[in-house]
Each structure stands twice: as C-alpha cells, then as structure tokens.
Design a protein around this ligand. Structure first.
Ligand SMILES: O=C(O)CCC(=O)C(=O)O
Length: 311
C-alpha cells in the first residue's frame, strides 16, 4: 500500500491536474460579486484584476511630496531589521523586527536616500495601520472593495499600508485571510504556492526573538524567553536548499509581478513570499476566511504532514 507521503504527493499532483492554473490569470475589469465568488473565491484560485482601482485618487496623488505634505509629521510604526527579513527564520530562531516609531517623513528620507541609516526599513504593521496610523489618507481610496465585501457578505478585518525598501522581504508564510492586495506605485514580486503543495513545504519550530539595535549600531536578536516557540517555514524560495529540503523540489511555485494599478486576489491558505521595487506603496484588504470544510481539510492536511505540535 502507498505510504501517506506518496498519497500526499498524489493529492498535490491531482489538484494541479484538476483545477489549478500554472500562472496567475488576469481579469480586465472589476468582477461581478457572484461571479467572483464562483470563479475565484470558492475554487480558492488567485487572479490579478486590472482597472479595478483606477478611480482611486491615491494612484496619482501618492508621491513622496504629497505624503510629506499631508501626513509627513505623523508618527508611524516601522519594522527595522539588519538584513531585510522581518518575521523569518535565522539559524535556530524566529526573529521579528524591531518596531520603531518614526515620522513618515523620516521613513521617506531613508527611502529616498536623503539620510543614511543602518538597517532595512519597512512600513508593514499589519493591524489596519492605514486606518489606525494614517487615517488622513483613507479618503484617497475606498474603505473596502465593494464587490469583494458583497461576495463575502462582510467588511475587511484590516486595511494595511505597505511602504519599504527594495531589500525588505516578507518570508514565506500563509494567512487565514482572503487578501485583496493593491499596488499603488512601483511593483511587487510575489511567489505563490497553493495549499495543496503543503506536503513539500518544510516547517520547524523556533525560539522567538526580536531584533534590537545596540548603541554601537549593531543589531542583536534578543530571545523572547517567555513566549512559546513559533512554527515557521525555514526555506527561502529564492534559493531553496534542496539538499536539506529535497521534497520542495516537487512544489510548483508561481513567480509573478503585480504592477501599479493592479490588484491581486491572494486566496486564503496560499503560501506567499513577497519582494518589491524600492519605495513601492501598496494597500491591502484582509477579509477573514470562512472556517468551513476547506479550512477543516487543510487542518487535516497539516496533521498528515506532521505539522509541529499537531500530534
Ligand atoms: O507585501 C508584503 O511584503 C507582504 C504581504 C503579505 O504577506 C500579506 O498581505 O499577507
């Protein structure tokens, strides 16, 4: 009889054969809510939507000059790391960024090269930072994506603002959100893997730590000794270590770029790794996923893959 491992490989192969695309298709117009639900959210498939946010003033307005004038003095949370990796495995630890409070103008000074600072800076606080920290910008876009809210029957849980250096990287992970990711300026490089590729994606459990910049300018990772260990993916899809994680050789990552004015539908539970052009600005909308049988099956898959702590 085939082993569980062989069955899981078969499971992934079948998903590719039955319904997954080899690239991310484009829709040329904002969709009808019911059709979007039927074609993309229900089947849990990503797509890029064009011409859906062309009416947002943000697209033409959000230059560094405008942002300085409108919200330059606002103090916001910025993730600072020595190497661009916030929330990522480094050796035997899961290291989170130093969260620094800075004015938006100070962040723009660094991004525009007017001020030199050690470390990599990324505005990426994922707790509705657009509405919480920069509400003055909210009028330059819509508070939600109307057809997505209608399709799901709910409003987004969070509206996040992203602005960072080219060296800032979001390590591979997945979320329990239906994610509508809109690029306002610059471009984002995504690597996506479907949830059914989970059998090929390695996980470990790591001691959490947080970066801190010392007085001499060097960064150190300070262990969070009272926090529980964190399950995370140690593999870098830009340079996968196939000697260590040979099973990843069977995964089928999709690499693509989302350009200014485009919107990615990133379905719940899809693994993603993200990079960007220098100074790229994006806004995304996180809609909580339905904890239905899809989620339920994924939990089973995690267990069968020997998810740390699942036994
Ligand atoms: O833009 C990024 O760097 C990361 C985006 C992301 O991980 C998300 O929206 O879930």
């Amino acid at each position: 009889m085939a082993s569980v491992k062989e069955r899981l490989a078969e499971f992934s192969r079948e998903a590719h054969e039955l319904y997954l695309n080899q690239s991310v298709p484009y829709l040329e117009d904002p969709p009808d809510p019911l059709q979007f639900y039927r074609d993309w959210i229900g089947p849990n498939k990503p797509c890029i939507i064009r011409n859906a946010i062309s009416h947002w003033p943000a697209l033409s307005k959000w230059t560094p000059e405008y942002l300085r004038k409108k919200v330059g003095s606002k103090v916001i949370s910025v993730a600072v790391t020595p190497n661009g990796y916030a929330d990522a495995v480094d050796g035997d630890r899961f290291v989170m960024p130093e969260e620094r409070k800075m004015s938006l103008s100070a962040v723009l000074d660094i991004i525009e090269g007017k001020v030199q600072q050690r470390g990599v800076f990324y505005v990426q606080k994922q707790s509705s930072n657009l509405l919480e920290e920069l509400p003055e910008l909210a009028n330059d876009l819509e508070p939600q994506i109307p057809w997505m809210s209608t399709a799901l029957g709910k409003s987004p849980d969070a509206v996040n603002f992203w602005l960072g250096e080219a060296t800032a990287i979001t390590s591979m992970h997945k979320d329990h959100y239906e994610n509508i990711y809109c690029v306002i300026s610059g471009e984002k490089n995504f690597i996506l893997l479907p949830p059914t590729d989970r059998p090929f994606i390695p996980y470990g459990v790591y001691q959490p730590a947080v970066y801190r910049q010392r007085d001499d300018g060097e960064f150190e990772a300070v262990d969070q000794t009272n926090s529980e260990k964190v399950p995370w993916i140690p593999l870098d899809p830009l340079d996968p270590d196939l000697d260590r994680y040979p099973q990843y050789g069977r995964a089928r990552p999709i690499h693509f770029i989302v350009k200014a004015g485009e919107m990615l539908y990133l379905p719940s539970l899809w693994f993603h790794h993200v990079q960007q052009s220098h100074g790229c600005i994006a806004v995304n909308f996180w809609y909580d996923m339905e904890y239905d049988i899809k989620y339920n099956y994924f939990q089973l898959l995690e267990m069968l893959c020997g998810f740390p702590g699942s036994t």
